[in-house]
Design a protein around this ligand. Sequence first.
Ligand code: 6CS
Length: 296
Amino acid sequence: MTYDPTRRALLRGLGAAAMAAPLTGFLAGCSRTEIPGSASATQDLLATGRKQGFLRVGIANEPPYTQVTADGNVTGAEPDVFRAVCKRLGINDVQGVITPYASMIPGLKANRWDAIAAGLFMKQSRCAEVLYSEPVIVSTESFGVKPGNPKKITTVAGVLANAELKIAVLPGGFEDGILKTAKVPDGQLVKVDDGRSGIEALRAGRADAFFLPTLSLTALREKDKDFEVTAPVGDAPRTGSGAAFRPTDKTFLAEYNKELTAFKATSEFAAILTKWGFDAQTTKGVTAAELCKNAG
Ligand code: 6CS
């Protein structure tokens, strides 16, 4: 899987806003809906993917769900499974485009990428906009807290019960949605760009906790021991994710799910998930339909 450095360099240059804006300058002469190399302009994603030899996916950079290595390789549990299933469909390469979670679906609908493989957790509002594959990952949420968890932050209900508490979240992320659904006032939410800035907010005392998937916090703690990860949050919904496609790509989804189901029965699938710290057993019997019932 290759990471498209020119696009990253471009996006880095243009900053967050550019993540959502069409890169008109760079792609002079191209209409908004037709990005060279993007398969989105045609109805037949599979044929186009096979013909051009790759698909583009929206990703984050949040190990173990997604990771971009120093040499530009795009990996992590979701992209690795996506790549393997694409190969089974005769599409040998996948190009990753980093974007915030809140921009993943708008970018997919604006044909900036052909799919999302980032650990974008299923919930009602998202399932109403995109077609999710069957789940690849089932996981949990936790709070990153100061050593010893001095404010005893362990549940969503506990956050709601103490208006003093400030919780760092990714804007438009699943955790932001959980707190909003629980009617936690906006004033208690501290918006941060990514994992590292969430930990910074905690260290600087701008937040009392950072709400993120358990394994993402655990990965962050490998580099920075200055915080603790709580046990999975009991009153947070079970999270699950798979690849996401445009509503117009029903045919592709059907082919993709067929190969994914076969792939999930292989030791290679289990090996990918285990490598990234996930338990392949947890997806057993869990369906997209079920996870799409998650509120928010
Ligand atoms: O689906 C989401 O929005 C969340 N997913 C991951 C893997 N990390 C945080 C993000 O909020």
